[in-house]
Design a protein around this ligand. Structure first.
Ligand SMILES: Nc1ncnc2c1ncn2[C@@H]1O[C@H](COP(=O)(O)OP(=O)(O)OP(=O)(O)O)[C@@H](O)[C@H]1O
Length: 352
């Protein structure tokens, strides 16, 4: 079966600034991909290229087996002929039309019973009651539901969503996130969803694509990202703190004179590295061979204590999660499965 999206060697500059470099990405039919990255990493630009709102400088984009952008072949297909539904952060509904009219207008003219189908779409996203209202009479979450219904009205093979939840409050965002997942699966469409919120990646994605500085640095399942982050930036995205710099010894790194083992170490490192570790992988369990640490402060958070420790010779606090209030001094044990070592230069570049 054709990939729903196939992106090869895609590059793009804007205003003389290289925004995307040689991006390769394949999506399977019906796959939900969340595209994440820091502000300015190129997420929106990649989405706009797939949507046809920008033209590639180099490379090739196929949607459902059809080439839609390939500068070398002088090929470019306009957005409305790409079989796409699009949902944006700002709801972009027509203000002078009712919600029902907004959705009906998006259904191709040749279809029969357009209004009936528009009502079904509004029903499927939970806003049937708002059919006769204008967009401004609805909450942000309801408007975004109408936006989703309108995007599905064109019977897309691929849905593009650009931070559709970012203007919403936390509860509405959680609810709508699950609705989007359900509706998209039921419709059987592939979705490319841009976000900078890790919750979107964990709760929505079949695979997560991570952009850093316009390069795709990892593209894998949420579980694979969590178990083996490819860069310090991905490690941070999975909740890791760092980088704690030290000399490499054996399979690990030396901090405060103590050997710390790490499950994953970047290959080709030269004597020195930076450790990244998730707080849930640090425990003040008193092991004699643990890192010597002095408690700086502790806060109660979600049923546990989040404790900030000073480790001699380490220039930033190390955080652990504890079940009980901490003592003033402790020995910290680091679980190798939660620890990752990268090159310090790489670490500095992505944390600057
Ligand atoms: N029209 C433009 N002209 C010049 N530079 C641009 C233009 N549009 C975007 N850029 C630059 O391209 C880079 C990537 O922008 P893009 O909007 O794709 O990033 P993003 O990852 O979506 O960021 P955000 O999360 O902040 O929306 C940024 O440095 C941005 O300043």
């Amino acid at each position: 079966m054709n990939a729903s999206v196939k992106i090869e060697g895609l590059s793009k500059s804007l205003g003389g600034h290289a925004v995307l470099h040689d991006v390769n990405l394949d999506m399977a039919p019906g796959e939900f991909v969340v595209l994440i990255g820091a502000s300015g990493s190129g997420k929106t630009t990649l989405l706009r290229l797939v949507g046809g709102l920008e033209r590639a400088d180099a490379g090739r984009i196929e949607i459902d087996g059809n080439c839609v952008d390939a500068p070398a072949e002088r090929r470019f297909v306009v957005p409305e002929r790409r079989g796409l539904g699009m949902v944006f952060q700002e709801y972009a509904l027509w203000p002078h039309l009712s919600c029902l009219e907004n959705v009906t207008a998006a259904i191709p003219r040749g279809e029969k019973r357009r209004e009936e189908r528009a009502r079904e779409l509004l029903e499927s996203v939970g806003v049937a009651h708002a059919a006769g209202k204008r967009p401004h009479q609805l909450s942000g979450g309801q408007q975004q539901r109408v936006g989703l219904a309108r995007a599905l009205a064109v019977r897309p093979r691929l849905l593009l969503l650009d931070e559709p939840l970012s203007s919403l409050d936390v509860d509405t965002r959680d609810q709508l996130r699950m609705e989007i997942r359900r509706v998209v699966r039921e419709a059987g469409v592939a979705a490319l969803f841009v976000s900078h919120d890790p919750a979107d990646a964990w709760r929505l994605a079949d695979r997560v694509a991570v952009l850093e500085g316009g390069r795709l640095v990892q593209f894998d399942t949420p579980e694979a990202l969590y178990r083996a982050p490819a860069t310090p930036g991905v490690a941070r995205f999975t909740g890791a703190q760092g980088g704690f710099e030290g000399d490499l010894r054996g399979p690990g790194i030396v901090l405060a004179g103590v050997d710390v083992a790490a499950h994953h170490r970047q290959s080709g490192l030269n004597g020195h590295g930076a450790l990244y570790v998730r707080p849930q992988g640090v425990r003040a369990n008193g092991a004699a061979d643990g890192l010597p640490a002095e408690c700086l402060h502790a806060v109660f958070e979600a049923g546990r204590y989040r404790v900030y420790w000073r480790v001699p010779g380490v220039d930033q606090p190390l955080v652990s999660l504890e079940d009980a209030p901490p003592s003033a001094q402790a020995r910290l044990r680091i679980e190798p499965e939660q620890a990752f070592i990268f090159a310090p230069a790489l670490a500095r570049r992505t944390t600057d």
